[in-house]
Design a protein around this ligand. Structure first.
Ligand SMILES: [Zn+2]
Length: 433
């Protein structure tokens, strides 16, 4: 991304940079697209001065699980609409998942994802490459060549690696590249044709259930293989208390296992299903309250490393069908900060500094991305947040092409007012440019 030449001074903001344990009021000087100074800064001649009074300045958020749907059928999302939506939500870096049509499973397609991201000119795009060709679970992609083109991880997301043997091969070959394998943990024989969390509510509503064990058995399997191979394993969208136990076990053995959780799994239980609204149909499914409690506890104690959105836009005509027939997935990249600030920070579960850490420095660390920090000399990917501003989630006003947000109609607290990427304004005074 080209860097901007002019000088910007953000004054009097509460600067929260968890990567450097910073939480203080001060100024941020940006020169040549990079962070030049932090603290008390004298206005440089010719600098553009922006007041940060009453606002929080933080590193731009990093989403390591975003579906940009390109290439794919028109209408779901494009790299342009998805990265614009990302900026609206305060995300300056996103990792695009490879379950597109066709799948991102070759060095050429990895390079093309990067090219589309650069052309769009909004959030930086880091491609995740498939593990297997066409995500069919049979033959490994050319991992080294895909890594050389800029893939930051491997995943057959949307599908689970089919066998322990394939997990073993994937972890061993990925290890050579230094990149992790991201698992969508779902045992197909247990999940089968399920559409909702298997429990009391799915039984009452007559929906086919997806048991928590469908996630747990895969994580147990993968952790065993990670131990055997010494490979680097990342678990996507953790949703069960059992998953948390296996991940904690792996960490206590010092295995290279990390995990993410989504805002919707941290906040929404399966009660929304009573409306039969397809904006609550997602994989893994929205679980019961006891699982949510376990996820929150795991986030607080560090068993779960970071928050990722799994932003999964769909065409409205695909989602506006009977519950059983709708595709899985919810949008969330524009609402993540607000709903998490409302529920977890205002709700007393996490501090604002910790939430910012979980949305910036920590996800960057999981995939080893050059982002999530306000260190001097780092690219000036900066967000200004107004943690007290309330607003109403209205899907029609959000920028994602997908209109399947489960937080539709919520009154939330916390807004992203400004976004800089490489020292260039992408959002100002609440408006994406
Ligand atoms: Zn997935």
């Amino acid at each position: 991304m080209p860097e901007h030449r002019h000088t910007i001074l953000i004054t009097g903001a509460r600067i929260i940079d968890p990567s450097n344990s910073v939480d203080k009021t001060g100024d941020i000087l940006i020169e040549n697209g990079r962070i030049a100074a932090l603290g008390r800064v004298k206005a440089a001649r010719g600098a553009e001065v922006v007041s940060g009074k009453g606002l929080v300045a933080a590193p731009g958020f990093v989403d390591i699980h975003t579906h940009l749907r390109e290439p794919g059928p028109a209408g779901g999302e494009t790299v342009l609409s998805g990265t614009k939506a990302a900026v609206n939500g305060g995300y300056t870096s996103v990792c695009s998942m490879p379950n597109t049509t066709p799948a991102v499973d070759s060095p050429e397609r990895v390079a093309y994802q990067k090219l589309l991201g650069g052309r769009a000119g909004y959030a930086r795009v880091y491609p995740v490459c498939a593990v297997t060709l066409d995500r069919a679970g049979e033959a490994l992609v050319e991992m080294a060549a895909c890594a050389a083109e800029g893939a930051v991880a491997f995943s057959d997301d949307g599908a689970c690696l089919p066998t322990a043997k394939m997990v073993s091969k994937a972890l061993l070959y990925a290890k050579v590249t230094g990149l992790p394998v991201i698992e969508h943990a779902e045992d197909a024989s247990l999940a089968a044709s399920g559409v909702a969390h298997k429990g009391a509510r799915s039984a009452v509503l007559g929906l086919t259930g997806i048991p928590a064990s469908s996630e747990d058995v895969i994580i147990a399997r993968d952790v065993i293989i990670a131990r055997e191979t010494g490979g680097r394993l990342h678990i996507a969208h953790v949703s069960t208390s059992g998953a948390v136990e296996f991940i904690a076990g792996a960490k206590s053995r010092k295995l290279a296992v990390t995990a993410e959780v989504t805002p919707h799994h941290l906040i929404l239980d399966d009660s929304g299903l009573e409306s039969f609204h397809t904006s609550f149909k997602v994989k893994p499914p929205l679980r019961s309250k006891d699982h949510i409690q376990a996820l929150r506890k795991a986030l607080v104690d560090g068993t779960i490393d970071c928050i990722a959105t799994d932003h999964a836009p769909h065409r409205t005509e695909d989602k506006e069908v009977e519950f059983d027939y709708a595709p899985f997935g919810v949008t969330g990249i524009e609402t993540a900060f607000a709903v998490l600030n409302t529920e977890l920070v205002e709700g007393g579960v996490l501090s604002l500094k910790r939430l910012i850490d979980l949305m910036s420095a920590r996800p960057a660390r999981v995939l080893n991305l050059p982002a999530g920090t306000l260190s001097i000399g780092a690219p000036a990917d900066v967000v200004l947040l107004d943690p007290k501003k309330t607003w109403l989630v209205d899907d029609d006003k959000l920028l994602s092409a997908g209109k399947n947000c489960p937080f539709e109609g919520w009154r939330v607290k916390g807004a992203v007012t400004h976004v800089l990427i490489g020292g260039q304004w992408k959002k100002r005074d609440g408006r994406v440019l």
